[in-house]
Write a protein that binds this ligand. Structure first.
Ligand SMILES: NC(=O)c1ccc[n+]([C@@H]2O[C@H](COP(=O)([O-])OP(=O)(O)OC[C@H]3O[C@@H](n4cnc5c(N)ncnc54)[C@H](O)[C@@H]3O)[C@@H](O)[C@H]2O)c1
Length: 367
């Protein structure tokens, strides 16, 4: 008889196809997204609504949405620290799945450990208990930050040493283990993937150690120079947001039988600040200048993998990223270039003033 892993391998693809066919005739799931106004939530909500219908995706956060964000479907205030309020939303909207994006990220967590512990541990405990009480599917992302200084740094596998030394990493290991425990003990349909640093043009990053890889594009287009808070050779795993969201949807929709584990590494590409700057010079301007002034985030980055092994995610639910470093640079310049060109023309008086460009990174707006 084939070992279990091999028999799953042989059967998971037809099962995925069957589940998708069955699913096409069933009613779409009703999905609650927590932290939906963050860097990833904004795009995730749009993708979920395109697939399942606007009315079936309830966006939530503790921040105030823009008029545009409010106009695309239901939005509710939801503090993940308030179990009863979350439960009322689940009951009122008949929620089936929760995508839990509320979190305090790595750099923000080091600035305010008490907040990180509260939001990442109590907030997760609340959605996990909610998933148990109401039979919900729960997807809650983890991070490469769940690894630590003693983890092997190259081709880091799913199962390895995990002794992170940041509040963010500690809370994410707690999340992974508790989710797996609830899966084993109470059959809660918990799913998670360890994201690398995510790069996007449409929404600003929320206080992570890889934020430089977004800020650098704004600075290149505004000043043609950038001061990096990570050292030149700090190689880290990264992904473009479209790969991240496609992968998240794949894991969210994968049939139970396809999953051989509950937490998966996902790797797309990896680069250092110096390599990213070189690609920006190549595609944008030879004169682009970068300086390096590492701050407290360097110590965080130094504990993270340089690359992650993600074969189980590719095998079980089809993780297949398509954007490399050069693609990411091209897309970021294509998306942000016209915004900065129009703003510059408006400032020169050569074009009518633009509406205020919202959501640029604070460092760039202030500079
Ligand atoms: N962006 C990345 O590069 C990255 C990398 C690895 C993992 N992740 C994970 O992906 C998920 C989403 O990350 P993101 O980048 O969108 O984060 P973000 O910081 O941009 O957004 C988090 C959102 O959570 C909200 N929030 C904070 N406290 C809350 C509370 N008490 N109740 C409800 N909402 C609250 C914030 O208002 C914010 O909109 C997180 O779990 C994060 O750990 C992100």
């Amino acid at each position: 008889m084939l070992p279990l892993r091999h028999s799953l391998l042989r059967t998971s693809l037809p099962r995925i196809a069957l589940a998708r066919r069955l699913y096409a005739t069933a009613r779409p799931p009703r999905v609650l997204v927590t932290g939906s106004l963050g860097q990833l939530g904004t795009t995730m909500v749009n993708t979920l609504r395109a697939k399942f219908g606007s009315e079936n995706v309830v966006a939530s956060d503790i921040k105030k949405p823009s008029m545009e964000q409010r106009s695309t479907g239901p939005f509710v205030y939801a503090d993940v620290l308030n179990y009863r309020a979350l439960e009322q939303i689940v009951v009122d909207y008949g929620i089936d799945w929760v995508v839990h994006f509320s979190a305090v990220l790595s750099a923000a967590g080091e600035r305010n450990p008490a907040l990180g512990l509260n939001v990442n541990i109590t907030g997760f405990q609340n959605v996990l208990d909610l998933a148990k009480a109401h039979n919900l599917r729960l997807l809650s992302p983890s991070t490469m930050g769940a690894f630590g200084p003693t983890t092997p740094k190259d081709a880091t596998p799913d199962l390895t040493i995990m002794r992170p030394n940041t509040i963010y990493g500690i809370t994410k290991v707690h999340m992974e283990l508790l989710g797996e425990y609830y899966r084993e003990k109470y059959n809660v349909d918990f799913r998670s993937l360890r994201y690398p640093g995510i790069i996007s043009a449409d929404s600003p990053p929320g206080g992570g150690t890889t934020d430089y890889a977004v800020d650098i594009f704004h600075a290149a287009l505004k000043h043609n120079s950038y001061e990096s808070f990570l050292a030149a050779d700090t190689r880290l795993p990264m992904a473009y947001i479209d790969d991240c969201i496609v992968g998240t949807m794949q894991l969210l929709e994968a049939p139970q039988e396809a999953l051989t584990q509950r937490v998966y590494n996902v790797h797309a590409c990896d680069f250092s600040p110096a390599e990213l700057a070189m690609e920006i010079r190549r595609q944008h301007s030879d004169a682009f200048a970068i300086a390096y002034r590492p701050d407290f985030r360097q110590a965080i980055a130094d504990t993270w993998p340089r690359t992650m092994a993600d074969e189980p995610a590719r095998r079980d639910w089809g993780w297949n990223p398509v954007f490399g470093t050069a693609d990411i640079v091209r897309i970021m310049l294509d998306k942000l270039g016209p915004v900065y060109a129009a703003a510059a023309a408006a400032a020169d008086g050569t074009a009518p003033p633009l509406p205020i460009v919202e959501d640029l990174p604070a460092a760039v707006v202030a500079s």
